[in-house]
Ligand binder design. Structure first.
Ligand SMILES: C[S@@+](CC[C@H](N)C(=O)[O-])C[C@H]1O[C@@H](n2cnc3c(N)ncnc32)[C@H](O)[C@@H]1O
Length: 325
C-alpha cells in the first residue's frame, strides 16, 4: 500500500520539495516483487486458468509453453526451475501462447515442434500432428525391416514422422513419400533436411485414388506404409476442437466407413509391392476384420494376403500387416 506520512520534513530542506515528496513516495511504495513472476507462480496461474476454462491437459500445456519460452530441453526441466524469474519479454510470450491454448490450439502447433520417437519434428498447422500410436507402428516396422538396401513408399506422409523414422534407423533404405497436401510435402522436406535425412527420400504431392504419380507409376516397392485417413465421416463432428478446428480434415476423413483411402492403398499395394513385399497400415480398431474380409474377396486378384493385426498399448487391434504373394 502507498503511504505518505507527515510532510513537515519538506520544510527542512533546500531540495525541491515536490521532488523529495516523489522520492519519499517511491521509497515507501511497495516495489513490484519479482517473486510473482517465477516459473512456479506463472505455472500455477495458467494451470488454474486452463482448468477453469476446461482446457484439456492444463498442466502439461503450461509446462510445454514454459519449456518452449525458456528454451529448456523438456517440460520436465520446468519442474526443476520453479524459482527462476521470467523477464518481461518471456512473460509477454507466455501470455501470448497461453491465449492460443485457450482457443484450443494444440500445443504442438503453439510451440511449433514435437517429439516423435527420437526425432524432433517441426509442426505447422494444419499438417497432421503425429500420434503416439504411430510410434508403435514404426516400432513394429523397425523390428522387421532388413538391414540391407530396400525401398519403401509412404502414402500420406504428413510431417514426415514415419518415413523419417524409418530412414534414420534403416540407413540403407530409400523412400518415396507422397501426400495430397502441399503443406505436408513441404513440411516433410523441411524436416528431412533439418534431420539430414533428405538424401534418400523423394517427395511427391499426389492424391491417391488408385494410381501413383506419373514419375513412379512403374515402380515396385519392398514395403508400403500408411497411416491413412480412417475416421468414418460421420464421426468427425464428435472430435475435440483441437482436431476439428486446427487439423486438416483430409488427414482424418476416411469416408462413410473409414475405408475409402485404405481400399485405394490396398489396390496400389497389389500393383506396386514386390513379391513378399509388406504393406503396413494403421487403422481404426473396427477395421482389421473388414480388411481381412476385403482381402478374402479381392486378395487373389490383387495378389495380397492378410497376415495379421497387432494391438496398440490400449489392447486395441490397430495395425495391419498384409503381404504380396
Ligand atoms: C493421418 S495423417 C498421417 C500423417 C503421417 N503419416 C503421420 O502418421 O503422422 C494422413 C495423411 O494422409 C494424407 N492423405 C489423405 N488422403 C490422401 C490421399 N488420398 N492421397 C495422398 N495423401 C492423402 C493427408 O494429407 C495426411 O497428411
Amino acid at each position: 500500500m502507498l503511504v505518505v506520512r507527515s510532510t513537515s520534513w519538506l520544510l527542512k530542506t533546500r531540495t525541491n520539495p515536490i521532488t523529495l515528496l516523489r522520492q519519499r513516495i517511491c521509497a515507501e511504495a511497495p516495489q513490484p516483487t519479482t517473486a510473482a513472476f517465477t516459473v512456479g507462480n506463472v505455472r500455477e496461474k495458467w494451470k488454474a486458468r486452463f482448468q477453469t476454462e476446461n482446457i484439456p491437459e492444463a498442466d502439461t500445456s503450461i509446462l510445454n509453453i514454459l519449456a518452449h519460452v525458456l528454451r529448456l530441453p523438456s517440460p520436465a526441466d520446468v519442474r526443476k526451475s520453479q524459482d527462476v524469474v521470467l523477464n518481461e519479454t518471456q512473460l509477454v510470450k507466455v501470455d501470448e501462447l497461453c491465449e492460443c491454448r485457450l482457443a484450443r490450439m494444440p500445443i504442438q502447433y503453439i510451440i511449433r515442434e514435437w517429439e516423435f520417437r527420437d526425432l524432433t519434428l517441426k509442426m505447422v498447422p494444419p499438417v497432421f500432428i503425429p500420434r503416439p500410436e504411430t510410434e508403435e507402428l514404426v516400432e513394429l516396422i523397425l523390428q522387421q525391416i532388413p538391414q540391407k538396401p530396400m525401398n519403401f513408399l509412404e502414402i500420406g506422409c504428413g510431417s514426415g514422422a514415419v518415413a523419417l523414422s524409418i530412414l534414420k534407423h534403416a540407413p540403407q533404405a530409400s523412400g518415396i513419400a507422397i501426400d495430397q497436401s502441399k503443406l505436408a510435402c513441404e513440411l516433410t522436406l523441411e524436416n528431412a533436411r533439418s534431420l539430414g535425412l533428405s538424401e534418400n527420400l523423394r517427395i511427391f504431392r499426389h492424391k491417391v485414388t488408385d494410381t501413383l504419380p506419373e514419375e513412379i507409376k512403374e515402380r515396385k516397392f519392398d514395403m508400403i506404409v500408411s497411416n491413412p485417413p480412417y475416421v468414418p465421416s460421420q464421426q468427425l463432428l464428435q472430435l475435440e476442437p483441437e482436431i476439428k478446428v486446427y487439423e486438416d480434415m483430409r488427414a482424418l476423413d476416411g469416408g462413410p466407413d473409414g475405408l475409402t483411402v485404405i481400399k485405394a492403398i490396398l489396390e496400389i499395394a497389389g500393383r506396386h509391392l514386390n513379391v513378399e513385399g509388406i504393406l503396413w497400415l494403421e487403422v481404426d480398431s473396427s477395421h482389421p476384420p473388414l480388411i481381412e474380409q476385403f482381402l478374402e474377396d479381392k486378395g487373389p486378384t490383387l495378389g495380397l494376403k492378410y497376415v495379421c493385426s497387432y494391438k496398440d498399448l490400449f489392447r486395441k487391434e490397430r495395425f495391419v500387416e498384409v503381404s504380396k504373394v
